[in-house]
Design a protein around this ligand. Sequence first.
Ligand SMILES: Nc1nc2c(ncn2[C@@H]2O[C@H](COP(=O)(O)OP(=O)(O)OP(=O)(O)O)[C@@H](O)[C@H]2O)c(=O)[nH]1
Length: 789
Amino acid sequence: MAAESVTRMSSAASSLCNFNGSKRSVPISSRVNSSRTRTRCVKVQSLASASMSELFGNSRLCSYNASRSSGLSQKTKKNGFSVFAMAAAEEEKRTVPLKDYRNIGIMAHIDAGKTTTTERVLYYTGRNYKIGEVHEGTATMDWMEQEQERGITITSAATTTFWNKHRINIIDTPGHVDFTLEVERALRVLDGAICLFDSVAGVEPQSETVWRQADKYGVPRICFVNKMDRLGANFFRTRDMIISNLGAKPLVLQIPIGSEDTFKGLVDLVTMKAVVWSGEELGAKFSYEDIPADLQELAEEYRAAMIEMVVELDDDAMEQYLEGVEPDEETIKKLIRKGTISASFVPVLCGSAFKNKGVQPLLDAVVDYLPSPVDLPPMKGTDPDNPELIIERGASDDEPFSGLAFKIMNDSFVGSLTFVRVYSGKLTAGSYVLNANKGKKERIGRLLEMHANSREDVKTALTGDIVALAGLKDTITGETLSDPEKPVVLERMDFPDPVIKVAIEPKTKADIDKMAAGLIKLAQEDPSFHFSRDEEINQTVIEGMGELHLEIIVDRLKREFKVEANVGAPQVNYRESISRTAETKYVHKKQSGGSGQFADITVRFEPMEAGGGYEFKSEIKGGAVPKEYIPGVMKGLEECMSNGVLAGFPVVDVRAVLVDGSYHDVDSSVLAFQLAARGAFREGMRKAAPQLLEPIMKVEVVTPEEHLGDVIGDLNSRRGQINSFGDKPGGLKVVDALVPLAEMFSYVSTLRGMTKGRASYVMQLAKFDVVPQHIQNQLATKKEETAAA
Ligand SMILES: Nc1nc2c(ncn2[C@@H]2O[C@H](COP(=O)(O)OP(=O)(O)OP(=O)(O)O)[C@@H](O)[C@H]2O)c(=O)[nH]1
């Protein structure tokens, strides 16, 4: 396990040499965020028609990111992706009842076997004739070149398949934390999930992250303890970790027969039958047998525990059980389904995807226990004209159409593809829908059913389907498409803000336009990737969720857009905030010959709790500042929020309250109030004890014991705070620490050198915390130097 992870991180690190600027380093200037520059956001809707010179030409700095340009608040995070389904080409005819739909995702820690399991599912459901193996680079779901080369999943791939007359739409999601956004996209539009665990490692850090994400979206799930064939496999330890690490209530439905190289099947506790596979090759047959004598007692014990948990959900069943009557199989299944959907417990199954054992019972469990769209509460949305008015859309073809765009993918054949989950009503090729967020109509050109990297044209999408739409012009990730006559805005997805950035420049000047075009396309696909350009200092900066994320972006620029680029050293995306409330009065007054400028405002700056983003409030009474000038104040403040007073980083967790002011009948204008707001920002933020915040990563290092001392010493030297030590199977030690991201660049090569490649690590964002004063001073000095240069 450790060796596998190290290999993977190493490959990322080797190409990161470019990032570290061994050949040609491009320095990042803090002027990108300096208050002397102006940001011009390029609207998504204008991208299709805008030329590069329009995009980059005269502006000193232009930045692009889908969420901001669509007017989303900066504090929002997350988003989604997925699949689709689609009945036969016959228009509007439903061939699969909605109750037989399962929109599911497979999620787990990196390497737990998501792609391998999905490939088996496709094989056993008859979708693939030939199995793709991750380690051979032939997995159907990992269709990007980078995915096949590295053996990891980067984008969510999606496919539709059938099992026992049920339509199952599956999404394979990445486990690496840099692509966590893809998991969020999936969760936003899924109805249920399979959570995979590696039975050797048990519950790993990223499994915890995805578990919490699934909690956030209330996604019912079942657990599959995979890799039961591996040395050190332990089903029951994993079950215990589901309780201790995830705080969940596991409902064990199967126990393994054998483990490691003796793993041959499982005992199904619902039917009390052994399910035994005759071999481990693809397509190996299984048979139902009597429970092996040595497992009988254990099976009875776990079945009794299972029955006790399920009868709690039904008074009649409980009463009978207390009288000594066990529920029948049908009732047990009904109650397991009820408890899974209400998240009273999580069914736990086991198997080995790689050795082709346990996949068919897993599919049965998906059908039996995970919800269909009709099992879930209606989708909630709001009236676009009145955000206070809540509108519900039930899962039915007869309801007005509503759907959520959750992923944009650039496709070399069709152009831009927008993935939409249909929540209600139906969608027909050639019709018009309303983008309810923007109030614009969109024509539905082609409707496509996607199968990993292939596609089929269909005419209609029905409730519960996930389809890709070709040719939408204005819609971006997170927006709602709805019936133009019955508009609704569904709850949108949040997008995480990038935590690192690097400067990038094309190797040849001629490639500047090509690079810009590529970056625009990539940013449209991925809302956690941003870029900006400062013409004045001739620099483009790309921002993302981690080194691997940006490395893949640079790699895609090269492969898909044929742009070779030099890349600078990675830098942290700091944030600025304030630590106390402060009020400031600012008067903007100018008299130069003709009409003058006058605006007087008093603004109170208040700290908000972490994740609060930025808020503006007006407490103006009696027209001290007339209504028509308030947008000027808002605009002035909003402009400043991307350039903090300390070192020019974005400002977060601040509420600005306009409390008082005055105006002049002739000399006041929106512009005057906008300029006054900028002055108030500069003065007010300084009074409010500004502070710099940095991303702090939760780092888990797994190392052989003999290197433990070195690993800890090194983490300490990186301003790390060691939280705990523990043991892992195979005599390995695990160290949990909190370390600033700024200290973690290129950690993989240090770790590899220190432990001869025998240790591995994973990290994920834990929080933002105040930067120590001496580092704040260094960053502020750097900003001043750059500004003076
Ligand atoms: N022994 C064993 N190996 C497995 C099993 N399932 C998957 N693997 C192997 O584990 C490795 C990772 O499998 P993947 O299917 O790529 O895992 P993943 O969760 O999709 O990985 P990411 O997409 O990178 O997060 C591959 O080498 C698989 O062959 C299993 O049941 N037993």
